[in-house]
Design a protein around this ligand. Structure first.
Ligand SMILES: C[S@@+](CC[C@H](N)C(=O)[O-])C[C@H]1O[C@@H](n2cnc3c(N)ncnc32)[C@H](O)[C@@H]1O
Length: 391
């Protein structure tokens, strides 16, 4: 994450605009302030933390823009205009990261929209593409299909985007996030193939595995009839675990292969092959046609009173059978404009979000949570709890 440390901040009069970067307003917290920033067409916070008479300045994690170059540019402007005594800095504005990656790296919302455009014959998804060798190979050899790579580890996204640009690939998009959540939002009966190659086996904590009954329910829902989900793994324990889960599904066919050679070998695969490990493929073919998602719920809030909520705010957690809500912190733009930080949702797929509350309206800030079943339940609870604080 790009950042720098300054010994002082001077003359921060807001709003301020320079070089396509705007600093709009600042929310003050107990330990950290958030500067609302617009760079290019993205909005995000710059986090300013004072410690031992020094200021650590960096992008705020939850609102970090998909294009890291926009954040780097904003930090550069902030440093030049408002900071003195730069003690250290760890960022550089790379010309390419501002523009070149922009068509390939998508937010989850943009990626979902892209899947609905039907510009390609088929849509294929790779979950956790890592170094991207397999994803790039598939995109290169199937120019009429769109390949969406979903990766939870951000640096892999930037790296693979660069490689895709170098290859001139126009049928690949990448999104940063948890594939388990992403699939629960994609439209039913739309995907031709889902690859899951060498997932982390999590032998000691199977609940953290990508594959679960819940995930497979979403896989089957989004796959077209006769479309395939492909697991490739060196972990016999993971394969056994997965086959048992596959056998619980209706209207599927399961094929298992051992030591099958593919045209492309990933970094992990090379490592296991050098160690003479067996590699398994389990391929699930779906024969079910699924119902469409109900997308009506808009995740909005009734009118809220910022002063009363600020007065009654408590750092507290509410646990329910399959979801939770945790109120983490409060920040103030002014007495009539506040920001709450929360985490909520499923125990394994928690989301972190801000809620912006002013007298006129309240909403998630900057992005809405993904509309998963558990987030919807949590959202309803958050609305109820906030109303209680207004009494
Ligand atoms: C062991 S690596 C394998 C990478 C690549 N598929 C390969 O074969 O070289 C597992 C990858 O999955 C990613 N990952 C783990 N859980 C994920 C999730 N829930 N959603 C998306 N990516 C995930 C990790 O960040 C990591 O890059």
């Amino acid at each position: 994450m790009p950042n720098f440390i300054a010994s002082s901040i001077k003359g921060l009069n807001l709003p301020f605009k320079k070089d396509n970067v705007e600093f709009l307003k600042i929310a003050k917290g107990r330990n950290i302030d958030f500067l609302l920033t617009k760079s290019g067409n993205e909005e995000f916070f710059i986090a300013i933390k004072e410690k031992d008479n020094k200021f650590v300045i960096k992008g705020e994690k939850l609102t970090r823009p998909a294009k890291v170059g926009l954040l780097q540019k904003a930090l550069e402007v902030f440093k030049d205009e408002f900071c003195d005594g730069i003690l250290s800095e760890a960022f550089a504005v790379k010309k390419n990261s501002l523009t070149q990656n922009k068509d390939i790296i998508k937010s989850e919302k943009e990626a979902l929209e892209e899947l609905n455009l039907a510009k390609f014959d088929e849509i294929c998804i790779e979950v956790g593409f890592g170094s991207g060798r397999h994803l790039l190979y598939q995109a290169l050899t199937n120019p009429n299909s769109l390949f969406l790579g979903i990766e939870i580890y951000k640096p892999a996204i930037e790296q693979v985007a660069k490689l895709a640009i170098k290859e001139g690939l126009e049928n690949i998009i990448l999104t940063n996030g948890d594939a388990r959540v992403f699939l629960s939002l994609a439209n039913s009966n739309t995907i031709f193939k889902i690859y899951l190659h060498f997932p982390v086996p999590w032998d000691d904590s199977p609940h953290r595995r990508v594959i679960s009954a819940e995930f497979l329910k979403e896989v089957q829902r989004v796959l077209k009839k006769e479309a395939k989900f492909e697991l490739r793994s060196d972990s016999r324990a993971y394969v056994d675990f997965s086959v048992i889960k596959f056998l619980d599904m209706d209207e599927v066919e399961i094929s298992v292969y051992k030591n099958r050679n593919l045209e492309v070998s990933s970094k992990y695969e090379d490592r296991w092959k050098r160690q003479d490990k067996d590699i398994y493929d389990v391929i699930l073919t779906n024969y079910q046609i699924s119902l469409n998602l109900d997308k009506d719920n808009e995740m909005e809030f009734d009118k809220l009173n910022p002063r009363k909520i600020a007065l009654n705010f408590k750092n507290e957690t509410h646990k329910f059978s399959d979801f939770f809500v945790h109120f983490e912190d409060i920040y103030k733009f002014s007495d009539d404009e506040i920001l709450l930080k929360l985490s909520f949702g499923g125990f394994d797929t928690a989301e972190n979000r801000f809620i912006y509350i002013c007298n006129e309206s309240s909403s998630y800030f900057i992005n809405k949570p993904l509309k998963t079943e558990k987030n919807l339940k949590a959202h309803q609870k958050i609305g109820e709890l906030l109303k209680q604080w207004q009494i």
